[in-house]
Design a protein around this ligand. Structure first.
Ligand code: HEM
Length: 404
């Protein structure tokens, strides 16, 4: 591409991030970006231009390209919304090799399919308790965000890490301040400092009185042996807690909403737990809640007919890749039986989600059990009244009022 063309596109570039019109469909603007080619120019809130990748093949290619950096401490790392730079998510997802790989290797054994399968009975118990509580309440109506979608993954990640669930109101509030696009930079910085401080104290308490959980294992095996420092461990723990409940909570909420809006799909799941795994893969593809993966080019990269220059910000919205018509037949249709393969909802390459097996188990159990035990579940308000989370956040709805 000639530099003239780049200049013209920069002037005309649309604003990014974009907010969804319908909570379960990507923003309409993604299609007009796609029509410009696999990579298109956008403008960030501070006026900085950046690239958005909508091509499926190019997204995969770039996510394994070592010339794209995830290092959020780089001064040229592109900031989508002001709170992002302040939220200090600098463990794992915000690091490059070799430091990234060292942290990742410490955590991987706790999230294998085999390890997660041992957690399934605990997940089913937690889901059953929440549904029992809903049914015991005579009102036959509830907001499923605070009553189900949030507490299920929050309780699970607490049990896994060894974090007291009694502290959930504190960390859920801080997490939402860190990740909501509407938070100011000051709010996000204060929230992330509060969470790191919380983990610093918790680590000290656990050193004095060890308990059971991943955090206790990391203290014994890595902190005590000097392989991890206290601040590094606190920041890993904070990221695991945030990543472990925020994405899954939004995914549970948005999945329920989508199934309620597609009653034949919900009926298919209710009738057969055997399709729960296929349904979850399709919902992951269809909803792509952790949209907008972000990177910065550490060198010039020629791809998709353009040159991404060193220092350019690059966004890879998996909601665009996951609706690619050349990869997924009829991509805008929700079909719980198709068992989508090759979707990028958990990312791709070295940062691919560590918690994906855990998230799948939680989603399968939560969605099937809710469908089975409350068969008359329906939305209590029109979908337009629910409020879509703005672009630059994990995608989801703020409220999910239902009745049965
Ligand atoms: C449906 C739920 C979830 C979705 C959609 C999701 C999505 C993602 C995505 C897209 C990435 C890649 C980010 C990037 O490349 O920049 C990622 C990374 C990560 N996720 Fe998840 N996630 C989910 C649940 C979880 C859970 C339950 C955990 C458990 C602790 C978790 C822990 C992580 C970690 C630690 C990383 C960073 C991995 C690395 O950088 O090596 N996630 N996730």
């Amino acid at each position: 591409m000639s530099s003239d063309t780049v200049t013209t596109e920069t002037v005309e570039a649309p604003d990014f991030p974009m907010t969804r019109g319908c909570p379960y469909h990507p923003p309409a603007g993604y299609e007009s970006l796609r029509s410009k080619g696999p990579l298109a120019r956008v403008r960030l809130y501070d006026g900085r231009p950046a690239w958005v990748v909508t091509g499926y093949a190019e997204t995969r290619q770039l996510l394994v390209d070592p010339r794209l950096s995830s290092d959020r401490t780089r001064p040229d790392f592109p900031v989508l919304v002001p709170r992002m730079a302040a939220a200090k998510l600098t463990a794992l997802v915000g690091m490059d090799p070799p430091e990234h790989d060292i942290q990742r290797r410490m955590l991987i054994p706790s999230f294998t399919v085999k390890r997660v399968n041992t957690l399934r009975p605990a997940i089913r118990r937690i889901v059953t308790e929440k549904i029992d509580a809903l049914l015991a309440d005579g009102r036959r109506s509830a907001d499923l965000v605070p009553a189900f979608a949030l507490p299920v993954p929050s309780t699970v990640i607490c049990e896994l890490l060894g974090v007291p669930y009694a502290d959930h109101e504190f960390f859920e509030l801080q997490t939402s301040r860190m990740v909501q696009a509407t938070s100011t930079a000051e709010e996000a910085a204060a929230a992330s400092a509060a969470l790191v401080g919380y983990f610093d104290d918790l680590i000290a308490r656990k050193e004095a009185e060890p308990g059971e959980g991943l955090l206790d294992e990391l203290i014994a095996d890595r902190l005590a042996t000097g392989q991890l420092g206290r601040t590094e461990l606190a920041s890993i723990a904070m990221f695991m807690l945030v990543a472990g409940h925020e994405t899954t909570a939004n995914m549970i909420g948005l999945s329920i909403l989508s199934l309620l809006e597609h009653p034949a799909q919900l009926a298919a799941l209710r009738a057969d737990e055997g399709i729960a795994s296929s349904a979850v893969e399709e919902l992951l593809r269809f909803l792509s809640v952790a949209d907008e993966l972000q990177r910065v080019a550490a060198a010039d990269i020629e791809i998709g007919g353009v040159v991404v220059k060193e220092g350019d910000g690059v966004y890879l919205p998996n909601a665009a890749a996951n609706r690619s018509p050349e990869v997924f037949e009829d991509p805008d249709t929700l079909d719980v039986r198709r068992g989508s393969r090759g979707h990028l909802a958990f990312g791709y390459g070295i940062h691919q989600c560590i918690g994906q097996n855990l998230a799948r188990a939680e989603l399968e159990i939560a969605l099937y059990e809710l469908a089975r035990r409350i068969p008359t579940l329906r939305l209590a308000e029109p979908i337009e009244a629910l409020g879509v989370k703005p672009g630059g956040s994990v995608q989801g709805v703020f409220r999910l009022p239902v009745t049965w």
